[in-house]
Design a protein around this ligand. Structure first.
Ligand code: C5P
Length: 223
């Protein structure tokens, strides 16, 4: 079974996806981390962010993999070509670079194919922007998770404080979220939009536990 969770930055997708996966015994795939890893490699190699072909070559040739922290069943460590980039892909520089990287068609083609290969190997909760529309249009459960701009920015600041990486300036984080949403929604290839058959959940005022429970119930009804 595939549970697709799409939505804008900071809507709570990662927290919800990981908790749903843990509860149901599913694996979990953070597709945003894959675009971030390609952006990290591009910056490290000095690849121009408007060179779609060179960016595509990174996505095709550098292996992206995930690893576990001891005792945690949900993979939270990210590697590209054997180098761990778990924290390095959460910086403000990567937040900026990831939009042009993810808009490059050759990058999307390579990463979507990898995501389909991974997801088809078992039961997965997959989170991203185009999972219900492009990567797994046949997913049994599709959720479009949103929250107000202000709530999303507050959450992202708290997350950055906890992780010790990324900006902790509320205004800067809010501006970046809005910029990325605009970019993700208006790009030509696979723009951020809800699948026609996605269930919309606004997490602004809901307890995250209730959102998790609701998605688990949706999955149980399809099992
Ligand atoms: O989810 P996260 O904020 O880590 O995603 C980082 C960026 O990767 C997004 O702003 C978006 O540009 C891109 N992305 C995408 N398609 C996905 C997942 C992420 O274009 N399925």
């Amino acid at each position: 079974m595939i549970i697709a969770i799409d939505g804008p930055s900071g809507a709570g997708k990662s927290t919800v996806a990981k908790a749903v996966a843990k509860k149901l015994g599913f694996s979990c795939l953070d597709t945003g981390a894959m675009y971030r890893a390609v952006a990290w490699r591009a910056l490290a190699d000095g690849v121009a962010l408007d060179d779609a072909e060179a960016l595509g070559a990174i996505a095709r040739e550098k292996e992206i993999s995930f690893g576990h922290v001891a005792g945690d069943p949900v993979p939270k460590r990210v590697f590209i070509d054997g180098t761990e980039v778990t924290d390095a892909i959460r910086t403000a520089d990567i937040d900026k670079a990831v939009s042009p990287v993810s808009a490059a068609k050759p990058v999307r083609e390579a990463l979507v194919a990898q995501q389909q290969r991974i997801g088809n190997a078992g039961d997965y909760v997959v989170e991203g922007r185009d999972i219900g529309t492009v990567v797994f249009p046949e997913a049994e459960v599709k959720v479009f998770l949103t929250a107000s701009d202000e709530e999303r920015a507050h959450r992202r600041v708290r997350q950055n404080v906890d992780r010790g990486v990324g900006s902790i300036d509320y205004d800067e984080v809010l501006a970046d979220l809005k910029r990325r949403d605009e970019h993700d929604s208006s790009r030509e290839t696979s723009p951020l939009r809800p699948a026609d058959d996605a269930v919309h959940i606004d997490s602004t005022e809901s307890y995250i536990e209730d959102v998790i429970e609701r998605i688990c119930e949706m999955a149980s009804s399809k099992a």
